[in-house]
Design a binder for this molecule. Structure first.
Ligand code: FAD
Ligand code: 2HG
Ligand code: ZN
Length: 469
């Protein structure tokens, strides 16, 4: 179909405001890091599910590929079109309505384009809590969170997007609308189809709305910043605090000294609150629905025990909301700070929590042998066994020279991950970044089932082609 005819038909569905002007397209064609770049034939912004369905039907009939996009904060290139100028970017950002709030069922039903932070605020207005929390929450969307099965910093207590979702509505690759917005906690009527679309990275259809779980609002929080001499101390500390506090342990984040050093160097106002530098830091958060939960006392008791056992070198428990925010800024700023240090290689791996120290030791040794003075920016949701084992170039190596080492570095990390029976993607997904690695590291039987599902639901291969599979 000629461009003009196609555009006329799209405008006929979404109206003139539903198509992004040529001059404004570029924001939709590159990812957050500028690591993936493409050219879209058109960027289309439907306002409701019926419009999504009609655009998808049109594309299916005309054989045009679609790249669904939310806030475009994904870290694997999944939301970016290829460079053929033939694919349509379907941005869900205009679909930002709340369809229902049901505090008695503890659920909220929202459209895919709702920004995560907005959803958190809506839950608060309803006297409830939506726990998904991550650095990009001011711009990522619920559709993107679902499509990547996002995790973040409270998975330890509340689970990832799969566990926070009761129902979804999706437009299938032929344009059919699947009305799966059930708000049920129990539904044993066959395959759990919503889970097919969650984590599918837009390869099976477009998620247009979801029923999400809400929780009681935490009324007290205690946060500590802890210096550790070794990673095994972090694992012992998780178990010590959990034994003491149960599921009031909401988050446990680990950061290498290198990670924190990048943040304090590049992000104004960020400062390590401890007097002496340490090889590792942990950020611990407890929360409770009771106002008088004495969480600070509990945290101090746990830390004192760990100090006596030689696991903790030093620690500070936040005594104000401002200090809590300052501690989280040190953690959440790592991605941005690392961008200031030139090109980086991101690896979002998971292994059994107990294996974290051995993994880091083995991977560090491999990388230091491969590229001396490589800067290892190791951090992440260690309570979930999820490390962002990110790599920045040595200071005295050019970006071009670093690029030549990229695949050897990534291969080495994934080999070490495989030696611990781990996963090459804990929470960011596969996208373009890990597609080839997934072919090598994912079970061929699982890949075969995934391909069969893809062929059944999307026989023309028009939903986000070239991503994940
Ligand atoms: P996009 O980037 O627009 O899209 C991501 C993928 O989902 C693409 O494949 C796209 O095609 C698909 N998609 C988007 N919307 C839809 C839809 N409606 N239907 C079907 N497919 C769709 N992730 C974590 O899990 N944990 C973290 O702690 C975390 N921290 C981050 C911190 C920073 C600073 C940044 C930049 C990113 C972080 N991320 C994290 C990455 C995370 O994947 C995204 O932030 C978020 O989940 C993606 O949402 P988005 O709306 O931006 O999706
Ligand atoms: C985080 O936990 C995010 O901060 C981003 O998942 C990780 O930038 C990264 O590699
Ligand atoms: Zn993360």
């Amino acid at each position: 179909m000629h461009d003009e005819t196609l555009l006329d038909r799209i405008v006929g569905i979404v109206g003139p405001n539903g198509v992004v002007r040529e001059a404004d397209k570029s924001a939709y064609e590159s990812d957050w890091r500028g690591a993936y770049n493409g050219v879209a034939r058109f960027v289309v912004r439907p306002a409701n599910t019926a419009e999504v369905s009609q655009v998808v039907t049109l594309c299916s009939e005309a054989g045009i590929a679609i790249v669904p996009q939310g806030g475009n904060t994904g870290l694997c290139g999944g939301a970016v079109p290829d460079d053929s100028a033939s694919q349509i970017v379907l941005s869900l950002t205009r679909m930002n309505r709340v369809r229902a709030v049901d505090p008695d069922n503890d659920t909220i039903t929202v459209e895919a384009g709702v920004i995560l932070k907005h959803l958190q605020d809506l839950a608060e207005e309803a006297g409830r809590f939506f726990p998904l929390s991550l650095g990009a929450e001011g711009s990522c969307t619920i559709g993107g969170n679902l499509a990547t099965n996002a995790g973040g910093t409270a998975v330890l207590r509340y689970g990832n997007m799969r566990e926070l979702t009761l129902g979804i509505e999706a437009v299938l690759p032929d344009g059919t609308v699947w009305h799966g917005l059930r708000a049920l906690r129990k539904d044993n009527t066959g395959y759990d189809l919503k889970q097919l679309f969650i984590g599918a990275e837009g390869t099976l259809g477009v998620i247009t709305a979801a029923v999400l779980r809400m929780f009681p609002r935490p009324k007290s929080i205690a946060t500590a910043w802890v210096a550790l001499s070794e990673t095994s101390a972090a694992i012992r500390l998780i178990r010590r605090i959990q034994s003491l506090c149960g599921d009031r342990l909401t988050g446990f984040e680990l950061m290498s000294a290198q990670s924190v050093e990048f943040v304090t160097r590049h992000l104004p106002g960020c400062k390590n609150p401890l007097e002496h530098a340490a090889p590792w830091y942990a950020l611990i958060e407890l929360s409770d629905t009771q106002t008088e939960a004495r969480l600070g006392d509990l945290l101090e008791e746990g830390l004192a025990g760990a100090f006596d056992a030689g696991d903790v070198q030093d620690a500070v428990v936040a005594n104000s909301e401002t200090q809590v925010e300052a501690l989280w800024a040190l953690r959440e700023g790592i991605s941005e700070a690392q961008n200031h240090e030139g090109p980086s290689l991101k690896h979002d791996i998971s292994i059994a929590v107990s294996q974290i120290p051995a993994f880091i030791e083995k991977a560090d040794a491999r990388l230091n042998a491969l590229l001396p003075k490589v800067r290892l920016v190791t951090y992440g949701h260690v309570g979930d066994g999820n490390l962002h084992y990110n790599v920045s170039k040595p200071v005295d190596v050019t970006a071009e020279a670093f690029k030549e080492h990229a695949s050897a570095i990534t291969d080495a990390i994934y080999e070490v991950t495989a030696s611990f029976d781990g996963s090459i993607s804990a929470e960011h997904g596969i996208g373009i970044a890990k597609r080839e690695a997934a072919k090598r590291h994912k079970d061929p039987i699982e890949l075969g089932i995934m391909r069969a599902l893809k062929n059944t639901l999307d026989p023309k291969g028009l939903m986000n082609p070239g991503k994940m599979l």
